[in-house]
Ligand binder design. Structure first.
Ligand code: ATP
Ligand code: MG
Length: 246
């Protein structure tokens, strides 16, 4: 295995790319995931590869939503599993959320491989293998979810989600938290909480906020949710990307 020197100026980006390559080799990530990674990497470069203030606010609002939820579910696809398996397990643990494998290119082998990979990273009770319910208004394969998972959830975190499914989940009336580096993509555009940040930075920061808010009362959490301005967050991210100020 190739070693990436930590003082390399593009260390994080190379590490991320390397994890996606490994994911493809292990049968966790679809080859299409490499293209998604390339798009994300370009946007991250323009953001300065850092969590901008509006993204931090979105991450705090996401933590508040997850703590307030009756049934929060964190959706896992091939890129998410390759990049942040242990970090998603930790977030599920802190917020009491379920983890559900949900794939755009769904095969039983890949679902199993991802569930195993998550368990190796201390996830317990991984959902998505039953696929006994359907999201309305989506074609058959992409609509499959667990009846006691995403179908039943009131709050869903869907990182790097396909636009059609993000729209369909929104139409189901769910509170949707999206992590996506492209503020113009449909998924963040329909999200209640669009997080324009690299998932590598976003997930640990949501967990840190959730830990910080663990003992907060319901009024405090509701205030954080109410104060978050989704449109301003999208605009701030787009401005940052267009400005060229690095
Ligand atoms: P659509 O409009 O149908 O959603 P798309 O071009 O956005 O099309 P996707 O498959 O949704 O296609 O692309 C994946 C999305 O995930 C891209 O917007 C990309 O910027 C984003 N992305 C990729 N890697 C990361 C990452 N590490 N962290 C956050 N976002 C990422
Ligand atoms: Mg998209």
């Amino acid at each position: 295995e190739e070693e990436i020197p930590e003082d390399h100026p593009r260390y994080q980006d190379l590490l991320t790319r390397h994890r996606i390559e490994e994911g493809v080799e292990k049968g966790i990530t679809h080859l299409q995931g490499m293209h998604a990674e390339g798009r994300g990497s370009a946007f991250d470069y323009l953001l300065g590869e850092e969590t901008i203030p509006s993204a931090d606010a979105a991450e705090r609002a996401a933590a508040a939503h997850l703590l307030l939820a009756d049934h929060p579910v964190l959706s896992i696809n091939g890129n998410v599993a390759a990049l942040v398996p242990g970090e998603m397990a930790a977030l599920a643990d802190v917020t009491g959320a379920d983890l559900e494998v949900n794939l755009f290119n769904r095969t039983p082998e890949r679902i199993e491989a991802i569930a195993d990979h998550l368990r190796e990273h201390d996830a317990t009770d991984v959902k998505g293998l039953e696929a006994d319910a359907r999201i309305p208004n989506l074609d058959h394969q992409r609509a499959k979810v667990d009846a006691d998972g995403i179908y039943d959830a009131d709050v869903v975190l869907v990182p790097l989600e396909d636009g059609d499914r993000a729209e369909a989940l929104d139409e189901m009336g769910k509170t949707e938290i999206v992590i996506d580096l492209n503020p113009l993509s449909r998924s963040p555009q329909v999200a209640d909480v669009p997080i324009v940040d690299n998932i590598i930075r976003a997930v640990p920061n949501i967990t840190a906020h959730a830990r910080d808010l663990a003992d907060a009362d319901e009024d405090t959490l509701r205030e954080i949710v109410a104060d978050f301005d989704r449109q301003a967050a999208l605009e701030e991210a787009e401005e940052r990307i267009r400005s060229g100020d690095l």
